[in-house]
Ligand binder design. Structure first.
Ligand code: DAU
Length: 346
């Protein structure tokens, strides 16, 4: 089978491309990626000489380009997205464009060529989950940030195409994912790289927000299973069962790196910050036999160790103007200002 992987130069997308090529020796992959700030050719560098992989630079909202590529492939897996909640609070429109209009453009091509499309979505579409409960696939979608709303919009577009035109769609809703090559705006790579430079780790609010942590390789394996064996029209939660409050994750990072807890800096909370996400992954386990291979500590340590071993990868990003500008806008202090606490720290 030939799979079109959109957003394949990103973090989970590139893990997925590697997964397909390793797990299915007869398969080919075409990666389509716009290479915006988080798409990184270095994420696919090791595949340069692999004749089963082809890279195309372009936009999922480019209808003519997408139509040709979908026609050449047997299935589409869409990772292309704006993904960072904090950025969605700064620029919601970019999120609607990529995560709703982009998805619709892919669906149009999948419909025309009669191809299966998997939409990679998120546990954030369920909104804030009270303690003691877990989200199942039939629960209401109650997104609370522009990011989560745009991802819910993309999913609903898949549903509409499935119902209205009979397009074969499947949706996965993943929890917080970490591992090698994640852009260092997300909390774990941001905190690991800040700590390695002895800079403060800006914890939002009280740090007691709960997320469920999954390794990118486990996430990629789950997506592949749903692409090949999932029932058309269905949605599958991809949760690891590793619920942890943020502060516990931060302390585990510092302990792994041998850095002091004095690097923790409490800063004002994210507006509308969801306290907890918690998926029930039972459907994926029961129906398709998926389970993550790694536990929480192995997931976190593998991630931390990768950043320690690959400073060239993340320094190239952090030393760029775009990252420094975003960091200053978001946190109110320039990364280059070594060792100073953020102005907003309490
Ligand atoms: O739950 C799945 C989602 O996980 C994905 O759909 C998103 O694409 C991905 O960005 C992630 O969303 P989060 O908002 O949970 O991830 P983030 O790394 O931004 O934040 C994780 C937690 O850490 C959250 O409670 C906010 C907190 N945080 C984050 C940053 C960047 C901080 O305390 N300080 C920070 O500087």
């Amino acid at each position: 089978m030939r799979v079109l992987v959109t957003g394949g130069a990103g973090f989970i997308g590139s893990a997925y491309v590697r997964h397909v090529l390793a797990a299915h020796p007869g398969d080919e992959v075409v990666t389509l990626d716009l290479l915006t700030y988080a798409g990184n050719p270095a994420n696919l560098a090791e595949l340069e000489s692999d004749r089963r992989h082809r890279f195309v630079h372009g936009d999922i909202a480019d209808a003519a380009l997408v139509d040709g590529l979908v026609g050449e492939c047997d299935a589409v897996v869409n990772f292309a997205a704006e993904t960072h909640v904090d950025r969605s609070l700064l620029d919601p429109e970019a999120f609607a464009r990529a995560n709703v209009v982009g998805v619709m453009t892919l669906l149009d091509a999948a419909r025309r060529h009669n191809r299966r499309m998997l939409q990679v979505s998120t546990d954030e579409v369920y909104g804030d989950i009270p303690p003691g409960t877990h989200s199942v696939e039939g629960d209401a979608l109650l997104p609370r940030s522009p990011y989560a709303a745009s991802k819910a919009g993309g999913e609903l577009m898949c549903r509409a195409y499935a119902v209205s035109y009979g397009t074969e769609t499947v949706v996965t809703r993943g929890c917080n994912t970490i591992g090698p090559r994640q852009y260092p705006e997300k909390v774990v790579p941001l905190f690991v790289t800040n700590a390695l430079e002895d800079k403060p780790l800006p914890v939002y609010g009280d740090g007691q927000q709960i997320r469920d942590w999954l390794h990118a390789e486990d996430h990629a394996a789950a997506i592949d299973l749903v692409l090949r064996k999932g029932t058309a029209g269905e949605t599958y939660n991809v949760g690891a069962g590793n619920e942890r409050p943020n502060l516990e994750v931060v302390r585990a990072i510092l302990a792994r790196l041998g850095k002091p807890e004095s690097l923790i800096a409490y800063v004002p909370d994210r507006p509308g910050h969801d306290r907890r996400y918690a998926l029930d992954p039972g459907k994926l386990r029961r129906e398709l036999g998926w389970a993550p291979r790694r536990d929480f500590m192995s997931t976190l340590n593998d991630t931390v160790d990768w950043y320690v071993a690959n400073p060239g990868w993340w320094r190239a990003i952090r030393e760029g103007q775009a990252f420094a500008d975003y960091h200053e806008r978001q946190y109110g202090w320039r990364l280059a200002a070594a060792g100073t606490l953020p102005a907003a720290a309490g």
